[in-house]
Design a protein around this ligand. Structure first.
Ligand code: KG4
Length: 338
């Protein structure tokens, strides 16, 4: 089974051709960060226009795809920025109609949560920590269509917090990779930062207090390289502590409910952070579970995970997919299907 997939939920335009043997035959992701850098965050209108321009330029590549061998077209329908979603999903709809293929509408969050299975053997149910620019949640993945949220953020996401802290530190956008780079030469114990909700034995996160405390410390200091490195290391260390604490609570909750899992993974953009991966790996292996790391290019937004999600759905669902009936939706929840 071959699926042609499109991702356009935020500021990455991505195309992929992928098969059910987990072979990514083609993956091209174009990030728009240079257009958003000046504002230190994504500007929805510019993102939508960028998707339009990049999709126009994709003609060359589309000509090379043999659609006779393609079984379905998949595209992100939500959640995300509505303008961006409209561009990608309308293009996918047109392509599906023109090529007479099934259109599979994909929930972007579910695609992130199933992405570890594209690169590794994880059995259902498994536990997955989703840490992206828009979301932070711990999810029990029971099947491609059944996902139980054990806990999620009550305010900001971890990625948003990385981006905001980087902006106040005068670092580039997106902030996560740059903070990770600066943190390598910094002292993780130099600044003591709050870990909101850490005393509460549930799996919910809060990052707004950490964000505010960070901004205050940054504004009270001189922004030289030494400070940026030490602060980045302390901030990254604190995010790692918060994530491990809440994953630990989730494992306790599952254990109390006698739900057995063997596998664990992190997905989403912050999952590209090697420091957080390495600390989480040690923690998970100490709990006698198998840790699965998703490669960097599949952690951040990409169309391969969208195509893979479609393959997982096509394998398990008997549903008739009606190309004309789907509408993109900016606020789709993790467990919602189209
Ligand atoms: O999953 P993603 O590409 O987009 C969403 O669907 O939200 O995540 C983007 C987020 C940004 O906030 C970015 O700063 C963060 O992921 N990120 C990182 C790293 N690479 C990307 N955060 C920490 N460390 C990284 N290496």
């Amino acid at each position: 089974m071959n699926v042609f997939a499109i991702e356009s939920s935020c500021d990455d335009t991505s195309f992929a051709l992928i098969n059910d043997q987990k072979k990514i035959k083609f993956l091209k992701t174009i990030n728009h960060k240079d257009f958003h850098k000046l504002k230190g965050g994504v500007i929805p209108e510019i993102a939508a226009r960028q998707h339009l321009q990049i999709i126009d330029k994709a003609k060359k590549f589309l000509m090379k795809v043999n659609f006779n061998n393609v079984d379905a077209i998949a595209s992100t329908f939500g959640p995300g920025l509505i303008g961006s979603l409209i561009v990608g999903s309308s293009f996918a709809k047109g392509l599906a109609i023109a090529k007479n293929k099934k259109l599979i509408p994909i929930n972007h969050l579910q695609a992130h949560l199933l992405s570890p299975r594209l690169v590794s053997k994880l059995n259902f149910p498994y536990l997955c920590l989703l840490v992206s620019g828009g979301n932070t949640a711990i999810v029990l993945v029971k099947s491609p269509m059944k996902l139980n949220v054990i806990g999620s953020t009550i305010d900001d996401s971890a990625g948003e917090c990385f981006d905001k802290v980087a902006k106040v530190l005068n670092l580039d956008y997106p902030g996560g990779p740059i903070i990770e780079k600066y943190a390598k030469d910094g002292d993780p114990h130099k600044y003591v930062l709050p870990k909101p909700l850490s005393k509460i034995p549930n799996s919910n996160f809060s990052f707004s207090g950490l964000k505010t405390a960070s901004i205050k410390i940054i504004r009270d200091n001189v922004l030289n390289e030494r400070f940026k490195k030490d602060f980045s290391a302390s901030f990254q260390f604190t995010v790692g502590e918060i994530l491990i604490n809440k994953v630990s609570n989730s494992l306790d909750i599952l254990s109390k409910k006698k739900i057995k899992i063997k596998d664990f993974s992190i997905c989403g953009g912050v999952g590209a952070n090697l420091y957080i991966n390495s600390r989480m790996k040690d923690f998970i292996e100490n709990r006698n579970l198998i840790y699965h790391q998703v490669p960097l290019n599949l952690c951040t937004d990409n169309a391969a995970m969208i195509g893979w999600n479609a393959i997982e759905i096509l394998r398990t669902s008997k549903r008739n997919f009606n190309t004309f009936s789907y509408r993109p939706s900016p606020n789709t929840l993790i467990h919602e299907n189209f």
